[in-house]
Design a protein around this ligand. Sequence first.
Ligand code: HEC
Ligand code: HEC
Length: 339
Amino acid sequence: MQIGKLIQQIFWFLLSLLPLLIWLNLWLSQSQTHSLDSIDKLNKPTTQAFINEPLQPLPEQITLNADKVRLGQQLFYDPRLSKTNKMACVSCHPLTSTDKPRKSSELNNINIPSLYNVSFNVFLNWDGRTEQLSDDLDNTLHAPDKLASDWQTLIAKLQQLTDYTALFQQLYPTVGITEQSIKDALITFERSLYTPNARFDKFLRGDATALTEQEKAGYQLFKQVGCVGCHQGVNIGGNLLQKMGLTADYFAEREDAIADNGRFNLTGQEADRHVFRVPSLRNVAKTAPYLHDGSVDNLAETVAIMARYQLGRPLTNEQIESIVHFLHTLTGEYQGKPL
Ligand code: HEC
Ligand code: HEC
């Protein structure tokens, strides 16, 4: 009897330990996954390093059909896309230093945006008129001050050119030369215009040595004073519409210019007067002149304008210089070569 009771007591004692044992087991297995986690973090500093930043790196590689990119490029450089056969996309949107750009003064003083990284913009054009590259192509083809043509004319023209008929037949065998296939080729080329590997992107991916201390301080300031409230995300802009002159009237001392109305020209809403798409700051050191009318040539001066009219807090020359140092780290590579 005594022994039976003892066994019973031992049994109950062990049973009472069960929750503790289960907890101990869980805790051990958890701390095991914890330690696995931290090894993971050490092995992959990249994702951890930029995950909480308001700016994000461009993808290092985008997979695109190389033949379509080439066809799109041929179209981009071909003046026969315009009614007059004199104006190609590249006539206004230079991609290399040998391409001769038109002056914005020939285009109602509208600054011609760089097309690098254009596929990462949420809004297109200074007034954010379109969001799709396809709609933008419709506008560009029809605009009297751009290609001044239409799809019917363009398709008929390309169908006469044996170099194009063969290429389209090969790449779009079921449709040949249509509005859709022309757009597809041009947009595939536009998507190929991305510029990865800016020093800043390497920094975001976890390479702390990619920026100098001076440049890092410039980035801190860019965040601290509030630039990042508007210039943000993967394109460091391109995803917001904002009034130019939030904290002071930028247009007060200027003569009336239609382009200055910004989004108002599109919507007719008073609230949209002087509202513009916040431009991307990628490659900004290489894309002077600045602002919607190209009225400023100098990057430091542009930053000073931003501080005064968008933030309402003048920056010292030292602070401006520091931010400009940071902006210079945003220059990426096109096809493996620095812009
Ligand atoms: C005569 C000059 C001219 C030609 C030719 C031209 N563009 Fe443009 N493009 C501009 C101007 C100016 C803007 C900005 C207009 C605005 O914001 O009001 C622009 C804007 C754009 C944008 C929007 C970019 C952004 O980030 O907002 C894209 C995309 C574009 N053009 C692609 C093309 C393509 C593709 C072609 C050829 C099919 C072309 N353009 C031909 C002058 C031109
Ligand atoms: C409230 C939103 C907002 C803030 C904050 C802001 N910006 Fe801007 N930024 C804009 C808009 C909108 C434009 C275009 C204005 C125009 O074209 O008239 C612009 C244009 C620019 C340009 C010219 C880019 C080009 O390609 O033409 C630069 C450079 C720039 N900003 C840098 C900065 C810096 C640096 C700061 C912080 C000191 C800053 N911005 C703060 C909205 C903002």
